[in-house]
Design a protein around this ligand. Structure first.
Ligand SMILES: [Zn+2]
Length: 86
């Protein structure tokens, strides 16, 4: 039986398979993105250390409009005002 790919598994693709795949674009039409960091302030009440901590989150932003395409917000952690469809 052929093993099916799951998110998190390394993906092995041929150049042709990549070539025929749909380009990811932002709602503004741009297809260029860069990685940035956002931080959440973790309150001392819920922080494992018992102190206020900064929690870094790696986010992908559009090079053109500076917003985060919804495709790059799978866990819904990015506030609405930073999303591209807003
Ligand atoms: Zn954009």
């Amino acid at each position: 039986m052929e093993k099916t790919w799951k998110p998190g598994d390394p993906m092995r693709l041929t150049m042709d398979q990549i070539k025929i795949s749909k380009q990811v674009t932002c709602d503004c039409g741009s297809a260029m993105f860069s990685e940035k960091l956002m931080f959440k302030r973790i309150s001392s009440i819920i922080s494992p250390s018992g102190r206020e901590e900064l929690y870094p989150m790696q986010v992908v932003v559009c090079e053109s409009c500076g917003k985060v395409p919804t495709e790059f917000n799978p866990y819904g952690l990015i506030p609405e005002e930073f999303l591209a469809n807003n």
